[in-house]
Design a protein around this ligand. Structure first.
Ligand code: AMP
Length: 192
């Protein structure tokens, strides 16, 4: 299926997990900017070296770095017929950049799914993930900063996409299957 989708939501809302499931269901690649950055940090590439200090502090990597990386990724053949972006766009500038990348190819987004979850729930989930996975940015201080940055810079994008008729809001609290079904149901009217 050709679908061009964005997954929005605070850290800990379950975007990565749901992105993998939706990718399977819809037959489109899930593209996580956080995963691409982490892979580059692990390999200590130039991109990884530029991104690491921002990530470790819970800040966003500068737009020009992130936008160039996404532009390259979306130009890969597997993204030609659709994609699910997990963790991008996160700033107003990234929204504009994405729009530009797509419209240059005569493409558009089909929908933006916002996974909602309250702050106490996401902090609990992230602290649990810290124990299980040991992600360096899952310490309590950095988690709080990531949530602040999300509230300041990314949460407002929901209104931007709502104004464009693209926003689909889904409650991210519940069993994994239940949340996946909620998303699929909410997306259905947008997928044609
Ligand atoms: P995530 O795995 O999506 O939580 O992303 C982990 C970290 O990678 C974020 O806290 C940022 O430092 C960085 N990052 C991921 N996506 C973006 C983005 N779209 N813009 C800026 N920084 C990003």
């Amino acid at each position: 299926m050709s679908a061009r989708l964005v997954l929005l939501g605070p850290p800990g809302a379950g975007k990565g997990t749901q992105a993998a499931r939706l990718s399977d269901r819809l037959g489109i690649p899930a593209i996580s900017t956080g995963d691409i950055f982490r892979a580059n940090v692990a390999e200590q590439t130039e991109l990884g070296k530029r991104a690491q200090r921002y990530m470790d502090a819970g800040e966003y990597v500068p737009d020009e770095v992130t936008n160039a990386m996404v532009r390259d990724r979306l130009a890969q053949p597997d993204a030609a017929d659709g994609f699910l972006l997990d963790g991008y766009p996160r700033t107003a500038d990234q929204v504009d950049e994405l729009e530009g990348m797509l419209s240059a190819d005569g493409q558009r987004l089909h929908a933006v799914v916002e996974l909602t979850a309250d702050t106490d729930e996401v902090v609990t989930r992230l602290l649990k993930r810290a124990e299980e996975q040991g992600r360096p940015d899952d310490t309590e201080v950095v988690i709080r900063r990531r949530l602040e940055v999300y509230a300041e810079q990314t949460a407002p994008l929901a209104a931007t996409y709502a104004a464009r008729g693209l926003l689909v809001q889904v409650d991210g609290i519940g069993g994994l299957d239940e949340v996946t079904e909620r998303i699929m149901t909410a997306l259905a009217p947008h997928l044609n």
